[in-house]
Design a protein. Structure first.
Length: 270
């Protein structure tokens, strides 16, 4: 007779060995319990994570809205746009409008390069022969930063840019590719460009030539010297005596006196 057997393991062994179906059902019950426990843990943890994700998404959305609003209200200069990457051109109405003005007044690029530059902020078909004919041929300078007009909508904005040839009014719209210049594309008055050409320049600095002249000496007019006749009672200075001619004696009327001589005159005396 066997002794010292564990009553618990003995009961389990006898229960399993007597019915293999009970073993399969026990395993299935254990798997089901584990699966239900996993679902409960996932449900509780997922709810907490979803709340965190919603709060994080709301925070990101608000930050993005604030950043977009700040970028849209920021005025830009020509210097900032000239060094800006192509991806950042359409981030705001001001950058798109200033880039268009910067490329439009550029007279140093070839016609193809000029058209490609404008196509970055507008549809390529808008850059046609009519627009090319309105391209400035004289240098034009941009005088200040952008100036967005108040009262414009969220999908369309009007921006003004002061140039030496007048004010350029640029209408931009918000598209899937960023802010772009709407058609018809703005131009400048060529008459104003020609009038401003002699006084303004964009790519070349004005050259100032200073003429160096030597002033001619000015000779003061000498006062007229009227020589005064010397008085008869005052003797003339030695210099004047040496340089002045001897006075001519005035003949005295009457008989000519015969000079007295020590020797007689030759010839008979009449």
């Amino acid at each position: 007779m066997r002794t010292g057997a564990n009553p618990i393991t003995t009961a389990i062994r006898s229960w399993v060995l007597r019915s293999p179906g009970r073993l399969a059902s026990g395993i299935a019950i254990m798997v089901a319990v584990l699966y239900l426990a996993r679902l409960m843990v996932t449900a509780v943890t997922g709810a907490e994570n979803s709340g965190s994700d919603v709060r994080a998404h709301d925070t990101d959305t608000s930050n993005t809205s604030v950043t977009s609003a700040t970028a849209a209200a920021e005025e830009v200069t020509e210097t900032a746009v000239a060094t800006m990457s192509a991806r950042s051109i359409g981030r705001s109405p001001a950058t798109a409008a200033m880039y268009y003005a910067h490329a439009f007044v550029d007279t140093t690029t070839s016609p193809t390069q000029w058209a490609v530059a404008l196509s970055r902020v507008t549809r390529p078909e808008h850059v046609n022969d009519t627009l090319a004919a309105a391209r400035p041929t004289a240098p034009v300078s941009i005088l200040g930063p952008t100036r967005m007009l108040p009262g414009t909508g969220t999908t369309g904005t009007t921006v003004e840019i002061d140039t030496s040839a007048g004010t350029m009014t640029v209408a931009v719209t918000d598209t899937d590719d960023g802010w772009q210049v709407a058609s018809p594309l703005p131009t400048l008055d060529l008459d104003d460009v020609a009038a401003a050409a002699p006084t303004t320049g964009r790519t070349t600095a004005p050259t100032t030539t200073t003429a160096t002249t030597t002033p001619s000496p000015v000779t003061a007019p000498s006062p007229r010297h009227v020589p005064e006749s010397p008085s008869s009672s005052e003797p003339a200075p030695p210099a004047q005596q040496a340089t002045s001619p001897a006075p001519i004696p005035v003949p005295v009327p009457g008989p000519i006196p015969i000079p007295e001589l020590d020797t007689p005159l030759p010839g008979p005396i009449a």
